[in-house]
Design a protein around this ligand. Structure first.
Ligand SMILES: *Cc1c(COP(=O)(O)O)cnc(C)c1O
Length: 353
């Protein structure tokens, strides 16, 4: 058969994003978005700049970096902004990995890591998590590969202490260690203070989960200026304007209204603990998630079946088919009312089986 695609793309098993259904209104607990709208300043700032959409956005995101610098107490040279953190991951793999310099990450983690390695022809090693789904830092000691760890990990929600990350950084000083902190605002502790000590640390952050901006696409990298410099080379060559004007303004508002998001994250964390207890009372195994989702398994119903039954009741959760986690579901934590609806639906489904 004739194909225009190069072999790697022809045979690529493309990344499957979570469903964004159009058929009806679900209680959407499948892609870890915030259940709350953006803060009021987001709409206000975007509205005030719409007449300037004829002008390119600032490639350096200078105003956004200044706002971030004030909020996080990190110098602007130690940060880079991207079109979602997925784009930052692309840039990092392009800058730091090749056929010789491979990557390593857990066998159960964010599926994009392996999909990107496949697309770019980067050899990668999947390091099995322990039986308790925890990362064992010893498995990452002196690996000689670039390392990617989501912390808290997805879809398990489990958090690896910063001291363990420091050990991994220490034993891999000639390789880059990417810590994907997509879910850090929901209870974990950031390893951002380590960037001064470790020039091989790159932190990926996103505004998609904790900051109600999944649709705006805003991600951020934090690392030593010597690392950020190379990411900027890739960014400026790939697409210097990947963060559009509206999104840069949304990000500024998000930093200025940090209290709003902190309160939302606390509400989500409280709902998570409540849902965790309720599901455990219903007999589920539930990991000790520090994120805005729960990773759950029941002996009474399979992962795929629970997904289907909940879908029939208008609640969308995530099911992964990879063998090790096929019995599980990942359930995003929503508002208090959505949590009530979820627990009621799960209890109803179990009493029917
Ligand atoms: C959602 C998610 C991302 C991607 O976030 P975007 O900024 O929306 O691209 C990255 N890493 C992990 C672990 C995620 O769960």
């Amino acid at each position: 058969m004739k194909t225009f695609a190069i072999d790697r793309i022809f045979s690529l098993d493309a990344y499957t994003p979570g469903e964004q259904p159009r058929d009806m209104k679900y209680i959407k607990l499948n892609t870890n978005e915030s259940p709350y709208p953006p803060s009021p300043g987001v709409a206000r700032m975007i509205a005030g700049d719409l007449q300037n959409l004829n002008l390119y956005s600032d490639p350096a995101c200078s105003d956004l970096a200044a706002a971030a610098s004030r909020a996080l107490n990190i110098p602007p040279e130690a940060m880079i902004f991207t079109n979602g953190s997925d784009e930052l991951l692309n840039f990092a793999l392009l800058a730091f990995c090749d056929g010789e310099r491979g990557a390593a990450f857990p066998d159960v983690t964010y599926g994009l890591y392996s999909a990107l390695c496949e697309m770019y022809g980067i050899p990668y090693e999947k390091i099995p998590l322990g039986g308790d789904f925890r990362v064992n830092p010893d498995d990452y000691s002196g690996l000689g590969k670039n390392i990617i760890l989501a912390n808290p990990n997805a879809p398990t929600g489990l958090f690896l202490p910063v001291a363990d990350i420091a050990r991994i950084l220490e034993s891999n000083r000639d390789r880059v260690v990417i810590i994907d902190e997509a879910y850090i605002a929901f209870g974990g502790e950031s390893c951002a203070p380590l960037i001064d000590k470790y020039d091989n640390l790159l932190i990926a952050r996103t505004f998609s989960k904790s900051h109600s901006l999944a649709g705006a696409r805003l991600g951020m990298g934090i690392g030593a200026p010597g690392l950020i410099k190379y990411l900027n080379k890739v960014k400026y060559t790939f697409n210097a304007y990947s963060v559009n004007r509206m999104t840069q303004l949304a990000g500024i508002a998000a930093f200025e209204e940090a209290g709003y998001y902190a309160a939302n994250c606390s509400a989500v964390a409280a709902a998570r603990e409540r849902a965790k207890e309720a599901l455990r009372r219903l007999g589920f195994f539930v990991t000790d998630s520090a994120a805005n989702f729960l990773f759950v398994r029941s002996d009474r119903i399979g992962g795929e079946e629970l997904y289907e039954r909940l879908r029939e009741r208008g609640i969308l959760v995530r099911h992964f088919s990879s063998p090790r986690i096929a019995d599980f579901n990942r359930i995003t934590v929503g508002t208090g009312a959505q949590t009530d609806a979820l627990i009621e639906a799960v209890a109803g489904i179990l009493s029917d089986t």
